[in-house]
Write a protein that binds this ligand. Sequence first.
Ligand code: CP3
Length: 378
Amino acid sequence: MSFSDTVNSPQQNFAPLKNDRLLRALRFEPVDTTPVWMMRQAGRYLPEYKATRAEAGDFMSLCRDTARATEVTLQPLRRFDLDASILFSDILTIPDAMGLGLYFEAGEGPKFKYPIRNQADLDRIPTLDVNDSLDYVMRAVTSIRTEINGAVPLFGFSGSPWTLATYMIEGGGSKDYRYTKGMLYGNPQFLHQLLDKLAIAVIDYLDAQVIAGAQALQIFDSWGGALGHRQFIEFSHAYNKRIVAELKVRHPTIPVILFTKGGGLWLDIQADSEADALGLDWTMPIDRARQVLRASERQLSEHYQQPQRRKAVQGNLDPATLYGSPETIRKEVKAMLDSAYACGEKTGYVANLGHGITQWADPERAKVFIDAVHEYQL
Ligand code: CP3
């Protein structure tokens, strides 16, 4: 029996949301203080995470274990005054379900036994029934949403087609994207076939997460910044735009955040999408990002002859800031928030790190970051 057979529209049975600061900021409504969460907020920097993972055995067993995946999602919420939770899982669940054989080599990160290098590899990729092969993810979403009991909204997430494709083609993480870029310039139609399959899977995956209980979505385009600017439009943005457009048809009220690491130069390009917010890494000043987005929205409104959805921004503290002293962290948070609100509009912004928290961060310093965001007077 698949997940969808056992759970009929669970959304209606969940507790009402008590803290809607994040959703309000994304809609440009007034907020009492700045909403904040951290990418990768559940992870190895927390001793309690390491203990639960040890019980589960390994990382993928932890993802598949509903009770333990729920537990590690809630761990950071017990320590910190966070305004959102994020499903504990991984972006590589999709390629794993496609049969690429995901495994983790100690100290080396994720790897695939069967990378995609030729047409035969590509043709072997099945059309996913996400409620079957990824049903453990949907069960985790519903379990987490139930346990959180309305305290804060729950994010679902996926990797972008481009970012997933880099892992699938390289067979793991990469610094130079030798094979992926080799295909991009040598056989672009092949890469487009793969990206198209991934876009369909990502739409179904995020749709299923919303039906299971996710209240907001983030797309991690973690390696979008590795592309040239023309190639970014064709091989990353075009697919992200299509995914967001389809999700807005299926779930018009669920906000979608698009995070392209290294994408600060391309905010005007990403403005041409129905995303509710764009994530920023630490290289882009937030005040400048907001100026670019306002100008793009005016231009696009004229171009399409209709008002465009306003885009909030999320980010963008350098995760390494947490290696600094509490004073340094507070100083950097103040500078970040001054920049976020320099335009005079005290909403439309979600505080976060500019990428995931690292395994070397001290949880006490993470707490300094989160509290400093909330203490800032709007
Ligand atoms: O944010 C959260 O707390 C939710 C959980 C989450 C994980 N991975 C858990 C995880 C999320 C949102 C991700 C997304 C993810 N996974 C991305 C996109 C985000 C980003 O950082 O750009 C990427 C590129 C991956 C791929 C991936 N998964 C890598 C590179 C690794 C190894 C990372 C490392 O630190 O060694 C993973 C494994 C992984 N995913 C871990 C966690 C907590 C560490 C696994 C462990 O316990 O050893």
